[in-house]
Design a protein around this ligand. Structure first.
Ligand code: FAQ
Length: 365
């Protein structure tokens, strides 16, 4: 087992470097060497060329680079709108990973065996790691992580709708791995080809971990589906409660997706919300059949002309209700995040004070 500390040197101020050294020293001091692997993510605050005005020539060169399949890197010139869109999307993604720890974290103490407990613990820890990579990726765009976290805590930033539903039974943990991680893989495999270098590289690592997550979820589902009548009923109930909500993860239909046009043009997204949703349905229907579970949609049927599974109408009213903060668990999730932020305040303050003192010592030398 290894413990990974991801630290960011986003601001590059000497204070930050001291905070990181302090954390590294502390972890080295308290953990045996074989348990510790420290990853310092050097996240250079971009000295973006914002002094260069946005001219049609710059935009044309930028778009040409993208159409040739080249990646945009933090120090490259980019239109302000591209930068803003990426900060919005990457930070929402990071918040989703962090808030997404809550529904599953709720079951760590109640997992039915030591094996299941260990796997779930590792999965939830992975999600925390994904959140940290993603905050680092957002910081390469010149934004401060604290600013992003404060936007979440103030209710100004979004996170995925799916995490505003309760986990009522152990079967929910299996279904989350199968559906939610499954949907995330479909979406993120596309994002791994995104035009922004740091985001696409973060996605590669994240997708390989999500594959394990999906497999552990499907294994739980298959075990319950082959179990007693009570276990089968429990897993079918979980499938019924998470199916439509998982389809909503892909966002509004293309006709109502205000950001898609721009994101597709700049190859941040390479496929539309509806295309990805359809791919997820096509992948998942045979998997449900394989374990003799039904998906709660009487309109679901194979269309031999398109080669796709046609499916019923999504309840968009519910979707907008949830993303506007009125889902079943929105208030509970935000309360948990605010509490975590408050409880971590003394650690941030101690680290800052340590850095401040050490920085002034260095200046005196
Ligand atoms: N929930 O114009 P579009 C995971 C918002 S990670 C909440 O179509 P866009 C791993 C959207 O932000 C799951 N809000 O937007 C895991 C926009 O609002 P804004 C997270 C949503 O950006 C597993 C407005 O609606 N994955 O599960 C949702 O083109 C288990 C209009 O929408 C990502 O974030 C939604 N479902 O497409 C972790 C992937 N859908 O900002 C723990 C990266 C839409 O204008 C446990 N993001 N909205 O006020 C994306 O791929 C895209 O941003 C979309 C939305 C597809 C989410």
């Amino acid at each position: 087992m290894s413990c990974i500390v991801v630290a960011s040197e986003a601001k590059q101020s000497p204070e930050d470097c001291f905070v990181i050294s302090f954390l590294a020293m502390t972890f080295r001091a308290i953990l045996p060497k074989e348990l510790l692997s420290i990853v310092l993510v050097r996240n250079f605050k971009t000295k973006m060329n914002t002094t260069i005005q946005e001219t049609p020539e710059h935009l044309a060169a930028f778009e040409n680079k993208i159409s040739c399949g080249e990646k945009i890197e933090p120090k490259d010139w980019m239109p302000e709108r591209y930068r803003k869109q990426l900060i919005r999307m990457i930070s929402q993604h990071a918040h989703s990973e962090i808030v997404g720890m809550l529904p599953e974290g709720n079951w760590i103490t109640r997992a039915p065996s030591l094996r299941r407990k260990k796997v779930l613990l590792a999965k939830v820890q992975d999600e925390a790691g994904h959140g940290l990579y993603l905050y680092c990726a957002a910081e390469t765009l010149g934004v401060d992580r604290r600013e992003l976290v404060e936007a979440l805590l103030a209710g100004k930033a979004k996170y995925s709708s799916i995490f505003n539903y309760p986990t009522l039974s152990w079967a929910d943990i299996g279904v989350i791995g199968w559906f939610v991680d499954g949907a995330a893989i479909v979406n993120q495999t596309m994002l791994a080809r995104s035009s922004y270098g740091p985001y696409s590289r973060a996605m590669l690592r994240i997708c390989s971990e999500e594959n394990f997550h999906k497999k552990q979820g499907y294994e739980i589902v298959a075990t319950l589906a082959n179990g007693t009548a009570e276990q089968r009923a429990m897993v079918q109930d979980a499938v019924n409660r998470w199916w439509w909500q998982s389809l909503m993860m892909f966002g509004p239909s293309d006709a109502n997706s205000p950001n898609s046009e721009e994101l597709l043009r700049w190859k941040v997204k390479q496929e539309t919300n509806d295309e990805l949703r359809q791919r997820f349905v096509n992948i998942t229907v045979p998997q449900a059949k394989a374990v003799n579970l039904t998906l709660p949609d009487s309109d679901l049927k194979f269309n031999s002309e398109t080669g796709d599974y046609d499916f019923g109408k999504i309840n968009w009213e519910e979707f907008y209700n949830v993303i506007n903060g009125n889902g079943p668990c929105n208030a509970e999730r935000m309360k948990a995040r605010r509490l975590a932020d408050e409880n971590g305040k003394w650690v941030r303050e101690a680290a800052e004070e340590y850095a401040r003192k050490n920085f002034s010592k260095t200046k005196n030398i």
